[in-house]
Design a protein around this ligand. Structure first.
Ligand code: SAM
Length: 318
């Protein structure tokens, strides 16, 4: 028997380090950069003024999937500001060897390097749909979920003092439902803060705030396979994920010197970026099949993903 957290960690690690397509039409799920290039371009447009603050900025992306966001960001910077492009380094921290090989192909000719771990940088650390892969402890009424050898659920009194402290600090002690405690998210946030000598942290993912937690009485852990949500998470190979608790990242970020600049929905974020809505409008006047297809994908970024996904922007040492 092991904790649900250990079970999830093992499953996710195995999922991402084994071969076979994961993301995109052949894989198990789509992400925003896979939907349309306007996503990465909007992120780049947002980041331009912040990158210009540095002599030699580094963009460090964690969990870059097939490398499409990196490609769209770098292409955009190259188009808009050649001088900045010449001074920028893009680093990728990626656990999956097979995805890394895809990234190397997609990003050929761009100034990209790969790193095994987070190294000290000045610039921006960013991720899209990475934090949701980190394992969570699942607790309810003072007990923690464990998984038995035959995949049965077993509840045992919470022993880890960090979980108790988390519930107290976040004000969740009296909430009578499944609550997910992502200590790994907090540990990763600490690593990000330590790696940022001076700069910004941009985190995009699906998730909730403390005010929204009661919308998920059964928790948020999901299994994905071939673009379908699966209930049988204890059997078979599939991608497991949990929604990100953004309130916890705002709160614990303070301990690590990360000041939250804003937390917005993806819809608010994208519609606030110069050019995004104009591009959407332009496509709606263009009747070509490609334009209609892109219009529908951009609408997905704003509508079905727009409120489920959030954008957290933090800064350190500035
Ligand atoms: C859900 S995918 C998102 C991919 C990409 N950001 C996108 O939006 O298409 C999660 C990514 O995180 C990577 N990953 C998972 N755990 C990781 C870890 N501990 N360190 C670095 N990358 C990791 C996976 O291999 C994958 O590239």
């Amino acid at each position: 028997m092991r904790s649900f957290r250990d079970f999830m960690e093992e499953r996710v690690r195995h999922y991402y380090t084994s071969g076979g397509p994961k993301i995109g039409p052949e894989g198990d799920f789509f992400t925003a950069p896979e939907l349309d290039r306007s996503f990465g371009r909007a992120v780049a447009e947002f980041l331009l003024p912040f990158l210009r603050e540095f002599e030699r900025p580094t963009l460090l992306e964690i969990g870059a999937g097939r490398g499409l966001m990196a490609r769209d960001i770098l292409e955009y910077i190259k188009e808009r500001d050649r001088d900045l492009f010449g001074r920028t380094t893009y680093l990728i921290c990626e656990i999956s060897e097979s995805l890394k090989r895809v990234q190397e192909k997609v990003l050929e000719g761009f100034p990209v390097l790969w790193t095994e771990e987070l190294v000290p940088i000045e610039g921006v650390i960013l991720s899209n749909e990475f934090f949701d892969t980190l394992p969570v402890h699942v607790v309810k009424e003072g007990r923690e979920l464990h998984v038995g050898d035959s995949g049965e659920e077993v509840w045992i009194d919470i022993r880890d003092p960090r979980i108790k402290e988390f519930l107290r600090r976040m004000g969740y002690e009296d909430i009578d439902q499944r609550i997910e405690v992502c200590l790994d998210c907090i540990d990763f946030l600490r690593k990000i803060a330590e790696s940022l000598i001076r700069g910004y942290h941009l985190l995009i993912d699906y998730g909730y705030t403390s005010e929204e937690i009661t919308r998920f009485p059964e928790g948020t852990v999901l299994g994905y396979k071939k673009h379908k949500v699966r209930d049988d998470i204890y059997s078979g190979q599939m991608d497991l994920s949990a929604h990100v608790n953004f309130s916890a990242l705002v709160e614990y970020g303070k301990d690590f010197g990360l000041e939250t600049v804003f937390l917005q929905t993806q819809r608010e974020f994208l519609t606030g970026i110069p050019g995004f809505l104009e591009e959407l409008q332009g496509l709606s006047f263009d009747g070509s099949p490609e334009a209609v297809e892109r219009l529908s994908r951009m609408k997905t970024l704003l509508i079905s993903m727009g409120d489920r996904f959030k954008v957290l922007f933090q800064r350190k040492g500035l």
